[in-house]
Ligand binder design. Sequence first.
Ligand code: ZN
Length: 312
Amino acid sequence: MSLPVTKAPMHVPSMEEVAKVLQSGLQKNFSNVEVNVVDCPDLTQKPFNLSAEGICGSPRLADVGGPKFLLPLPQKDKLYDLGDIAKLVELPGAFIVGAGAGPWNVVGFNSELICSVQVSKDGLKAISCNTHTAKVNTKDGSCVLDKLKDTLNFNLMGNFLCCEGKPGKVIEIKASKRTGEQDFSAAVRKTLYSQYNTKPVALGGVFLVEKGKANLHIMPDFSCTPLKSEAEVDNWLNFYEMDAPLVCLGELVSYDPDLDLRVEHFHCFSEHGQGGHYHYDTTPNDVSYRAYFNIAEFIYRIDQPPVTKHDR
Ligand code: ZN
């Protein structure tokens, strides 16, 4: 596996400090906010149903590939393996949670990846896996959420928290009744940016949309006509209003130290057949969020797409 990797240290304030910052910042966007440092609940249990007990032990983010690999035509050969990713982030046997593109070679189709897997130390198989894919039903355009079995592959892009999957202290955020314009992950990210500015603070883990509805997208099958811009990509995506409870996995970074990072990326799954890429809630009065995040020590930028003139 010879993918280019850039490792960048993150700013790591104490959890207590970050909790205080979020407590005051999120109140500008939600009526009810409660942020605490707590013991991570057992994430293998409902409503989380993840593949390891906790999100602690050597927390780090992996930002792999990117949406640029969809333009103008999809680079299907950008096929990655989570066993390799665990090694590239220097954590063989990692528990990996987050958002990416599903493995077209396995699914037979382009899809969203909602990743929750603990890989074996040799990186060859999953020890425990509850990864899902969400794809578009070609007949009626509805969402098809499937459990992904027997593969560590994914395609094109991925944004993951990698850790040892241990119990430990985490930041708990409870926020309900949205009064501001920011969606949940953007509100967290922008609050951190306003406090820490160009010192990047990176969080990863899980949040629940416990009540209300949310706008999510699913990528349809690969476009046969070239997509020339982000606006054309947005047009190509299928958007849905989906129902709580949704389990959303991913990561966010308050500031991009010039690594072409995806600064926030969360994908959701559920027990009622819905899932996809989280954008925002559509029921501000009724929405209720609960999150468990760890603070990542490093970001590993893996297989960064070439920077083109177009980006500048
Ligand atoms: Zn996504």
